[in-house]
Design a protein around this ligand. Structure first.
Ligand code: ADP
Ligand code: GLC
Length: 479
């Protein structure tokens, strides 16, 4: 039996801002229980729903030294869907309704969380063989494991894995501040360790000290070895190329299932979508005040509204797109310039464009089910889950060929009758528009062909089945 501990800053169903939470909350369920005991530790944010907080069981509390002061660590536990979750409690760090407060506030919060995640282990009686860390917030875990904990019998030999969900975010600040927050000695602040362009970098620490590194698609694993995608760490990625692998994400096929989804208007499956799927579209059109017409092509967007996701291309082409016979339904929050851009077009073309500038699980499911196509022209995309959810709901992805989008969406080829979506190569607004218009032509003029694209998309399997096996191999190889 191998014991694995996931350490992450967010996790469904407790708290989510993006795909990281989906991955951390769903992947642990897919390991065979006879061979793997996978548990998860995350912060006990005050934003976690009461319903879950009430179910948590208090385990213990103690004080932990974080450089110059003693800090309170409470430990709670909850079994959910057969998985054990631990929650680290500290009101100073984890109150507030959002998990992230931005820099520099998050630096101490996640130094605390990382160190606490290691400190609780002897107390909770769980000695993992492998600690699996996710993103920069947990970058200090392998560092602390090396620094403080290798001295003791309990921690000796514990291996660590660092998974990069997004290399853009690294946790970088000046060395003096980070030294004082983390209590790490001068030894750690050299260019071969945490130092990064004269500053200190949490994620880099994790990437240097982890025994293995993964990221969430094969293409992204290659891309981050180049300066364009490497965010200043491409040299390190090349240096650790033998320890770096890309394992594509899956999604939770129980949560995202058009046959059983409680949020959508009408259930359907791969056999019935031709008749039933458009009832989701008309239902949503009605609710959002759009023209109600099952024949109008609806393009959906569910996303953080940030530069990463290609919204400058969309902003550039928005007026033109609104001249076409399509509807655009957006759900997302983020950069005010994109929020306002969509609000503007929803005001100007109120029967065609719907801007839903908020976060809603229920609305996201409605859009995945209702839309005919899903637009995701990302500048970079480590994996992307939205296109996988779209495929699952028979909604045809229109994507840029980068990272996980390239690995999971096969471009339509009208001559060979292959492909599950539409894609373009260059980060260029005209290329994007050309691809959207090509999709429109197939949708309107060759509906049978379109439906075959949907058939092929719905036949794909992006559940965790095959990717969880690749993590198993990695764990077995390490421990
Ligand atoms: P990222 O993690 O970079 O944001 P992913 O495609 O991996 O991108 O995952 C995004 C996840 O967040 C998906 O589950 C998507 O449905 C969800 N999501 C994004 N924005 C919203 C929103 N405003 N409301 C509900 N869900 C959202
Ligand atoms: C990050 C990436 C996204 C990926 C998700 C889960 O948020 O931006 O591409 O799907 O992590 O791994």
């Amino acid at each position: 039996m191998k014991r694995i501990l996931f350490v992450a800053s967010e996790c469904v169903p407790f708290l989510k801002t993006g795909g990281l939470a989906d991955v951390v909350g769903s992947l642990p369920k897919y390991f065979p229980k006879e061979y793997f005991d996978v548990r998860v530790v995350m912060p006990k944010y005050s934003g976690i729903r009461e319903e879950f907080k009430n179910q948590m069981q208090f385990i213990t509390n103690f004080y932990m030294d974080l450089n110059w002061r003693q800090q309170y660590v409470g430990v709670f536990k909850l079994e959910h869907n057969g998985i054990t979750f631990y929650f680290i409690d500290n009101e100073e760090h984890f109150s507030g309704d959002k998990p992230y407060a931005g820099m520099p506030w998050d630096l101490e919060k996640f130094a605390f969380f990382s160190k606490a995640s290691l400190s609780i282990l002897p107390v909770i009686g769980f000695r993992p063989d492998i600690i699996h860390c996710h993103d920069w917030q947990t970058g200090l875990v392998p560092v602390y494991l090396h620094e403080r904990f290798q001295g003791s019998e309990f921690y000796r030999g514990i291996k660590s894995v660092m998974t990069i969900h997004n290399l853009k975010f690294q946790g970088v600040w000046d060395i003096k501040t980070i030294k004082s927050i983390t209590g790490l000695s001068d030894y750690y602040f050299t260019p071969d360790k945490l130092e990064f362009k004269k500053d200190a970098n949490y994620l880099k620490g994790g990437l240097v000290y982890a025994d293995a590194i993964t990221t969430v698609s094969r293409t992204y694993a290659e891309e981050i070895k180049t300066p364009f995608y490497g965010e200043g760490l491409d040299g390190l990625m090349r240096a650790r190329t033998n320890d770096l692998r890309g394992i594509v994400n899956g999604i939770d096929y129980d949560e995202y299932n058009p046959e059983t989804d409680e949020f959508i208007y009408k259930h359907y499956n791969a056999k019935t979508f031709r008749k039933e799927k458009s009832k989701n579209k008309t239902g949503l059109q009605q609710d959002l005040g759009l023209d109600v017409d099952p024949k109008t092509m609806m393009i959906g967007i569910v996303s953080r509204l940030t530069d990463q996701k290609g919204f400058d291309l969309i902003a550039y082409m928005m007026e033109e797109m609104c001249q076409d016979g399509i509807q655009l339904v957006v759900l997302g929050t983020g950069d005010p310039k994109y929020e306002n851009m969509f609000r503007h077009y929803a005001w100007k073309y109120d029967k065609k464009v719907s801007a839903n500038i908020y976060y809603s699980e229920a609305m996201s499911h409605k859009i995945y089910a209702a839309a005919d196509a899903f637009l995701m022209p990302s500048l970079f995309e480590p994996c992307g889950l939205s296109q996988l959810m779209s495929l699952r709901y028979g909604t045809v992805p229109i994507v840029r060929e980068t990272g996980g989008l390239k690995d999971t969406v096969q471009p339509y080829n009208e001559y060979e009758g292959t492909g599950t979506g539409f894609s373009f190569a260059n980060y260029n607004a005209h290329e994007m528009l050309g691809t959207i218009r090509y999709a429109e032509r197939i949708y309107y003029d060759r509906k049978r062909e379109w439906n075959k694209i949907v058939d092929r998309g719905m036949a794909q399997d992006y559940s965790w089945a095959s990717s969880a096996k690749q993590y198993e191999e990695l764990y077995n190889w390490l421990a």
